[in-house]
Design a protein around this ligand. Structure first.
Ligand code: GUN
Length: 290
């Protein structure tokens, strides 16, 4: 690979250490550790791994966690009651409902139940609006982490062409918003599954953020030589040559590393940053009570 490998593990570890120092300062001022509740509905194996990693990172940073588990058969009403109990608990600063939720539950409704002042995912309509207005309260963790990686590697954004592939509320849309805000100042195009000419759209990017949800979709000839490529995807695919019989891949084919100027690996790129930014949002939520 000729591209500079953007090491999300190293950047995230530094940020987690800063969160640990800040969490201890906030704890002194509010008389308890910052606290995060994580609600997990059902038994999606990947979600269980992500939630375990979140709890572990919180413990290391001195952030308390509340682990709320509900069965796959849980009704909307039961989930809403669990969220409202956490909303009303003054000893909990941050709340997230791990996505995806089972099909019977509408994620748009769930976003609206969360107290916006505890919404560390930044998905409540009020927080989406605040970010769009340029006065964010909580920036969604994955796009916040992607922007941190660009900053840490001194990748210029002002006046550059940025392309975001994917239009989800949790990654694509807030990523496009962040890249176009004052101070970041990129010229942003958002592509998606219905764009039709994704390859051509990607080819014009100086900064390419891919959150398409399709394994190894972006090939080397989709990428402008020297571009910074941020791969948000993570997929487990079968590989008989590996001890587990599978391996993790992103939305970007590894050979893109021969063309790009910078590239995030999968795993070890964006994923660790999501957790670091979750810690940051939680400590900030607690700090606002000081
Ligand atoms: N599922 C995958 N990523 C995320 C995330 O950042 N937040 C939540 N709530 N669920 C997720």
């Amino acid at each position: 690979m000729t591209a500079i490998r953007i090491d999300g593990k190293v950047v995230a570890q530094r940020r987690r250490e800063q969160c640990r120092v800040e969490a201890s300062r906030v704890a002194q001022s509010i008389g308890r550790a910052p606290a995060l509740a994580v609600v997990l509905v059902g038994d999606d194996p990947a979600s269980h791994v992500y939630v375990r990693n979140k709890h572990r990172a919180c413990a290391e940073a001195g952030v308390d966690t509340h682990d709320v588990r509900l069965p796959d058969s849980c009704s909307s009403r039961e989930l809403r009651a669990a969220v409202e109990r956490i909303n009303e608990d003054d000893t909990i600063d941050g709340l997230l409902v791990q996505l995806p939720v089972p099909d019977a539950i509408d994620p748009a409704e769930v976003r609206g139940w969360i107290d916006p002042s505890k919404d560390v995912d930044g998905l409540h309509p009020e927080n989406v609006g605040l970010l769009a207005s340029g006065t964010p309260r909580f920036v969604p963790c994955t796009p916040a982490g992607c922007l941190e990686l660009l900053r840490e590697y001194d990748i210029p954004t002002a006046g550059r062409e940025a392309v975001v592939i994917g239009r989800s509320l949790i990654v694509g849309r807030p990523m496009a918003t962040l890249l176009s805000t004052k101070g970041v100042d990129a010229t942003v195009t958002m592509g998606h599954s219905r764009s039709g000419n994704l390859k051509e759209i990607c080819q014009r990017a100086d900064i390419l953020v891919v959150a398409a949800g399709q394994a190894e979709m972006v090939e080397p000839d989709w990428v402008k030589p020297g571009a910074a490529v941020i791969d948000v995807g993570i997929h487990r695919i079968a590989d008989a040559s590996r001890p587990r019989g599978s391996r993790l891949v992103g939305d970007v084919a590894p050979a893109v590393g021969e063309v790009a100027g910078h590239l995030t690996p999968v795993p070890g790129g964006v994923g660790p940053m999501t957790i670091a930014m979750l810690l940051q949002n939680t400590v900030e939520a607690a700090g606002r009570k000081a």
